[in-house]
Design a protein around this ligand. Structure first.
Ligand code: AMP
Length: 294
């Protein structure tokens, strides 16, 4: 019996224009496109999105672009982990068909002065939490994601629930554009519960142990929910108490109704609840969240 080994090479494109052409060709051939936008420094969380995009579509593409528009802190942008060589190996092994990159100029070819890019407001789901501590961040996300959606066109796009507020903002954008459809995928964690993040490599061993307090704080809020607690302020205090350690600076540990987003915590008893935490450990900012009522 003859064994046929199929080796498919991942296509690597250096500009959004080339990517747009490739995606359009694929659609004309009747392929369905799954798309995973990333900023690189890939880990198993990113790869879980690629696996799902691969399984649910006939072709899968990934973007790697560290979007300067979403970094309100220049140092954070400069120190953001970068490892394109390893990313490409991981993506090819995961069955990605095409990866594209680009620079700001290529994403906004019509703008001669890049400091004058028209920033799109994140919209109602951009209010509160991230907005308070990273003003402009979600506006920058919406601005680049709009370009990415235009580049890839009609497709299914995969986002991680880890960036919960971001999933709400990009879902609004997709609805307004009439395409693509958004798939939100569960957060991948280390055995300790720490959510995988590209920034985790920047944590010292001690800081990592501190960061591992974040998930137990979310679980404590869920325990309180399961015991009947429905007041946002009390659930928030449960999390803050768990995070009361030297070396962890909590930016927020709050609860929102995921179906009725509000900038401030809801004042009436909750019917649904998403607990969300942002904390700084050393120089690293980490976010995580957990649905309490499911
Ligand atoms: P980033 O490269 O950080 O912009 O992330 C690209 C995508 O991967 C986003 O949709 C993230 O929400 C998602 N992502 C990041 N970390 C995780 C994780 N631990 N589990 C699942 N998805 C993730």
């Amino acid at each position: 019996m003859q064994h046929v080994i199929l080796i498919t090479e991942m296509l690597q494109l250096e500009s959004p224009i080339d990517a747009e052409r490739w995606c359009s060709d694929q659609r004309h051939r009747g392929e369905t496109l799954g798309f995973v936008p990333t900023m690189g420094a890939l880990h198993k969380g990113h790869l879980s999105l690629v696996t799902r995009a691969r399984a649910e579509n006939s072709v899968c593409c990934v973007s790697i672009f560290i979007n300067p528009l979403q970094f309100e802190d220049r140092r954070d942008y400069e120190t953001y982990p970068r490892d394109t060589g390893s990313d490409l190996v991981l993506l090819e092994a995961q069955g990605c068909d095409m990866v594209f990159m680009g620079n700001l100029k290529q994403f906004f070819p019509e703008v001669s002065d890049l400091s004058k890019i028209d920033i799109l407001p994140a919209g109602p789901h951009g209010l509160g939490l991230e907005e308070k501590f990273r003003p402009g961040h979600l506006d920058g996300v919406r601005t680049i994601v709009e370009r990415l959606f235009r580049t890839v066109g009609v497709s299914r796009v995969y986002f991680g629930e880890k960036d919960f507020q971001q999933t709400l903002v990009v879902s609004d954008l997709a609805r307004e554009m009439g395409y693509p459809s958004i798939v939100v995928c569960p957060t991948v964690r280390e055995d300790s519960g720490l959510a995988l993040s590209s920034r985790n490599v920047l944590l010292s061993q001690d800081d990592k142990s501190r960061a591992e307090q974040i998930y137990p704080a979310l679980l404590a809020a869920r325990d309180a929910w399961l015991s009947g607690e429905r007041t946002a302020g009390v659930l928030s205090a449960v999390m803050t108490d768990c995070l009361n350690h030297d070396g962890i600076v909590v930016e927020y540990a709050e609860v929102r109704d995921p179906a009725r987003w509000t900038a401030e915590p809801p004042q009436t008893p909750l019917l649904r609840a998403q607990a969300l935490i942002a904390a700084r450990v050393g120089s690293v900012r980490l976010i995580d969240n957990l649905r309490l009522d499911q």
